[in-house]
Design a protein around this ligand. Structure first.
Ligand SMILES: NC(=O)C1=CN([C@@H]2O[C@H](COP(=O)(O)OP(=O)(O)OC[C@H]3O[C@@H](n4cnc5c(N)ncnc54)[C@H](OP(=O)(O)O)[C@@H]3O)[C@@H](O)[C@H]2O)C=CC1
Ligand SMILES: Nc1nc(=O)c2c([nH]1)NC[C@@H]1CN(c3ccc(C(=O)N[C@@H](CCC(=O)O)C(=O)O)cc3)C=[N+]21
Length: 350
């Protein structure tokens, strides 16, 4: 079962949208074949949104026009701010229609189980968002809430219960766990087939190894790849820099980009000359969680930038945690982007 709602939540992503040749991607072709095969056998398999190892040719959705002549501009690169919210909407609506068809064909829907330990307000908000996304897509969700001081065995029991439950297809243990709990031990008992976060060492190992396919790919890294591919950004052969090397974001993003044939460098807190390394990149993905770390002097003109970093703050009126400052200094990056626009477009900017 591969069908899960994964949030693609980029507020800011700047890049080049490339007008491509309008071919149906090989992923899409394989997807429709899978669907056709499955219709006859009544088994529904959701194809992966990003197919690993195989280079795809994606049809860019947008068409660009010269604002003066009105002529279509083909095969040119247009400086743009990638609209992550719009792409997320497209994905959510596609998942919702797949779930609907699944329900009509086999009378079942995917199920997500979330285990939340403790009372961290940010974790509560993240979990609430996931459950809301499930509801909107028609996915069943169940939740086990455990107190901060619970025993390791209580968490293990919750995991094992969901492992056995046939109506649960994905299990998510919200991180971080309270310090007295052994995260590694808990994640290791999670059934590989239900490891929707893709954090199990076997899933992560399969992501790292060529020719192997993990059952699940961590959601934020996969979201980044979706943004790039759907925006027509070429990855193969490009110099990519990933800032951050955590198990949740930095490491899997760097592995995914490598599998899409980028040459990847990783910048972390101990890296010397991070600015110089990053300035050489065609493609930058930042997941450090350090506000305004990336200034314009870190960016090459024409590079594609995806900013994953957030410093969530609590909205005092609602008590909800909202994403706040970002890794990339947005105004400076935007100024760099505007310099690349033809003068008549730059003049339109207020
Ligand atoms: N939008 C989304 O869907 C998601 C957003 N996030 C956000 O992404 C960010 C990263 O999250 P996560 O990976 O979990 O965080 P971690 O704190 O686990 O990792 C941060 C990484 O950034 C590196 N780093 C820290 N400071 C610097 C610096 N000054 N220069 C270069 N590298 C640095 C660290 O290096 P080292 O390893 O050397 O310590 C580490 O590898 C956070 O802001 C988080 O809120 C996270 C998950 C999902
Ligand atoms: N098992 C597990 N899986 C996780 O994926 C996981 C986790 N534990 N623990 C905490 C981290 C952190 N994390 C974030 C998700 C969204 C934003 C975020 O800010 N998203 C949107 C805003 C929210 C929205 O629009 O839905 C944004 O970037 O604009 C930040 C951080 C997930 N994590």
């Amino acid at each position: 079962m591969r069908m899960m709602v994964r949030s693609v939540n980029r507020k800011m992503a700047i890049g080049w949208a490339k007008e491509s040749k309008g071919c149906l991607s090989s992923t899409m072709t394989r997807a429709s074949n899978t669907w056709k095969d499955n219709q006859s056998s009544q088994i529904l398999l959701s194809p992966p949104l990003v197919t690993l190892d195989l280079p795809d040719i994606w049809a860019a959705k947008s068409t660009h026009y010269d604002p003066l002549s009105g002529q279509k501009i083909s095969n040119v690169q247009i400086a743009t701010v990638i609209n992550g919210k719009l792409i997320a909407e497209e994905i959510r609506s596609r998942v919702a229609s797949e779930v609907k068809r699944m329900k009509e064909c086999i009378g079942k829907v995917p199920g997500l189980a979330v285990i939340l330990v403790g009372e961290r307000r940010d974790s509560q908000t993240y979990v609430r968002n996931k459950i809301k996304a499930c509801e909107e897509a028609g996915i069943k969700s169940v939740m086990a809430e455990l107190p901060n001081y619970c025993a390791e065995d209580d968490v293990m029991t919750a995991v094992l219960k969901f492992n056995e439950d046939p109506s649960v297809h994905g299990i998510l243990v919200q991180l971080p766990l309270p310090e007295h709990l052994d995260e590694e031990k808990i994640l290791n008992v999670l059934s590989l087939e239900k490891d929707v976060d893709g954090f199990h060492p076997i899933n992560m190992g399969n992501l790292a190894m060529r020719g192997r396919e993990p059952l699940f790919i961590p959601c934020t890294p996969k979201g980044c790849l979706e943004l790039l591919i759907r925006s027509g950004v070429e990855i193969a052969g490009k110099k990519a820099v990933v800032i951050g090397r955590s198990n949740i974001v930095g490491l899997p993003i760097s592995l995914l980009l490598q599998r899409h044939h980028a040459t990847v460098s990783i910048v972390h807190a101990c890296t010397k000359n991070p600015e110089q390394i990053t300035r050489e990149a065609d493609l930058v993905v930042s997941a450090a969680g350090v506000p305004s770390l990336i200034r314009s002097s870190w960016l090459k003109q024409g590079s594609v930038v995806i900013d994953v970093g957030t410093c969530p703050i609590e909205d005092p009126s609602s008590g909800v945690w909202i994403p706040s400052c970002r890794d990339v200094c947005y105004e400076e990056a935007l100024r760099l982007l505007l310099q690349l626009l033809p003068p008549y477009l730059e003049a339109l900017d207020p």
